[in-house]
Design a binder for this molecule. Structure first.
Ligand SMILES: [Zn+2]
Length: 178
C-alpha cells in the first residue's frame, strides 16, 4: 500500500496528534514496550498465522518499541514500523505479500530502504495537507520559518523539534534558512 492510500483509509486518525496507536489497533497490531539499549529503536513481527507458542489471538502482529527513548522518538519509530507494515508486508490491495514478515531497527537507518520508510513515517505523522494548512494560516507570506512556530507545531503533532523543523523545511522547500 502506498502512503496516499494509507492516509485515505485512516483519515479519522490523522487529526494532529496523529493517532498511531489507533491505526495499529485497527490492524490488530499489539504494541509492546521494553527497556532496551539505546541503539535499538523498534521492530515489527507479523504473520498470517498465530505461532503455536503464543496463545493470545492478536499477538501474531506486533510492534516493539524502546521505552527508554523519548516519547516523541517512540512515536516516530511507531510510524516507521507501521511503514514497514503498509509498504513491505501489505500489497496494493491490502493483502499480505508473504505469510511472515519481520524487521528490526537498530543502529543507523541511513540505508536507502530505511530512508523510504522514514519518508512514509514523516508523511504519516506530519501529513503534508494539514501542515500546508498550518503554514497558510500562520505565515505563508513570511520567508523564514520561525522557531516559535516550529516549537508550537512540534507540540501539536507530538514530534521532536528537529523532526518538525526538518519537515517544515521540506514542505516549504527552504533549506538552511534557520
Ligand atoms: Zn526500518
Amino acid at each position: 500500500m502506498n502512503i496516499e492510500k494509507v492516509k485515505k483509509e485512516h483519515i479519522e486518525f490523522l487529526t494532529p496528534p496523529v493517532d498511531l496507536i489507533g491505526i495499529a489497533k485497527k490492524h490488530d497490531i499489539t504494541i509492546f514496550y521494553g527497556k532496551y539499549s539505546d541503539d535499538f529503536s523498534g521492530a515489527i513481527y507479523v504473520s498470517d498465522k498465530t505461532p503455536q507458542i503464543i496463545k493470545e489471538e492478536n499477538y501474531f502482529k506486533f510492534i516493539i518499541l524502546n521505552s527508554n527513548h523519548a516519547v516523541t522518538r517512540q512515536r516516530f519509530t511507531l510510524a516507521h514500523e507501521l511503514g514497514h507494515y503498509f509498504l513491505d508486508y501489505l500489497d496494493e490491495s491490502g493483502q499480505y505479500r508473504e505469510s511472515i514478515y519481520e524487521h528490526r531497527d537498530s543502529g543507523n537507518r541511513l540505508d536507502k530502504d530505511e530512508f523510504r520508510i522514514n519518508n512514509f513515517a514523516a508523511e504519516l505523522i506530519m501529513p503534508s495537507e494539514s501542515l500546508f494548512k498550518e503554514l497558510n494560516n500562520n505565515f505563508f507570506k513570511v520567508t523564514e520559518i520561525d522557531l516559535e512556530l516550529v516549537r508550537d507545531l512540534a507540540k501539536i503533532y507530538q514530534v521532536s523539534f528537529d523532526a518538525m523543523r526538518n519537515r517544515l523545511r521540506w514542505i516549504r522547500g527552504f533549506y538552511g534558512q534557520f
